[in-house]
Design a protein around this ligand. Structure first.
Ligand SMILES: [Zn+2]
Length: 243
């Protein structure tokens, strides 16, 4: 009998032990419900993935997201893929992305947006996407911009769309959540720094964010891009919309 016939069961058992051992310290469970019913690379279990609350906004003209920005900033198209509610699967995904260093959650959200864009006829001409910049302080604390991770997830579905990450000039410039909307929109536009205007000029630009609530940050950012870089058009997508 060949030697490996004896060794194989031993190796298999060792592998099983090491997986069990790792599982003890790094349990591979659904980030929302804690179920172990999920595939190796996934962060949501099959049931939670099935229950994601899709908006189906992307194919609808004059959808809820577009209406939010009517009279505020001229957007070409806009959409958000999921509904955001308290204690929901979507909240768990966004929380994991923003506060638990789980970039997989951002890529999944980006994949969902990318799929929505692919199935819609309305986002066909996008040339480049810009993640909403994070304040320097937040970026330092988090180590990454969650909107950029979402862009990477979109790019996995739409590889031809270039990502252009912009920086902020001043620290904490868009982290003014305690101030009212009008004050915030007045404060923000001087705070962004475009690296290269020629990359945006005459292009169909897509601005990407994680969650849309009032739309104030997106509004001021889009106004800035429109004024400073003169794109051909500007559109907005987000992973979720707060209802
Ligand atoms: Zn689950």
């Amino acid at each position: 009998m060949p030697k490996h016939t004896f060794i194989r069961p031993f190796i298999n058992r060792l592998q099983a032990y090491s997986v069990g051992f790792l599982h003890l310290f790094y349990p591979h469970i659904c980030i929302h419900c804690g179920s172990e019913e999920l595939q190796a690379e996934n962060i949501l279990c099959i049931a939670c993935e099935k229950n994601l609350p899709y908006t189906h906004f992307f194919s609808i003209e004059k959808n809820t997201i577009e209406k939010i920005f009517w009279g505020r900033v001229p957007l070409h198209e806009a959409g958000a893929s999921l509904f955001f509610t308290k204690d929901s699967i979507v909240q768990s995904l966004v929380f994991a992305l923003k506060y638990k260093n789980q970039k997989k959650a951002g890529r999944l959200l980006g994949n969902i947006i990318g799929r929505d864009m692919l199935h819609s006829q309305r986002f066909k001409n996008i040339d480049c996407m810009i993640p909403i910049p994070l304040s320097k302080k937040k970026q330092r604390a988090r180590g990454y911009n969650q909107a950029l991770v979402i862009c990477e997830g979109i790019q996995e579905k739409l590889p031809h769309i270039q990502i252009l990450p912009l920086l902020l000039k001043h620290k904490n410039a868009i982290s003014q959540t305690s101030k009212d909307r009008i004050q915030r929109t007045q404060l923000s536009p001087q705070s962004y720094a475009i690296i290269d205007r020629s990359q945006i000029a005459e292009k169909n630009v897509l601005v990407v964010d994680d969650v849309i609530t009032t739309g104030a940050t997106i509004e001021s950012f889009c106004k800035y891009i429109l004024n400073e870089a003169r794109p051909h058009s500007i559109s907005v997508v987000a992973a979720a919309y707060t209802i």
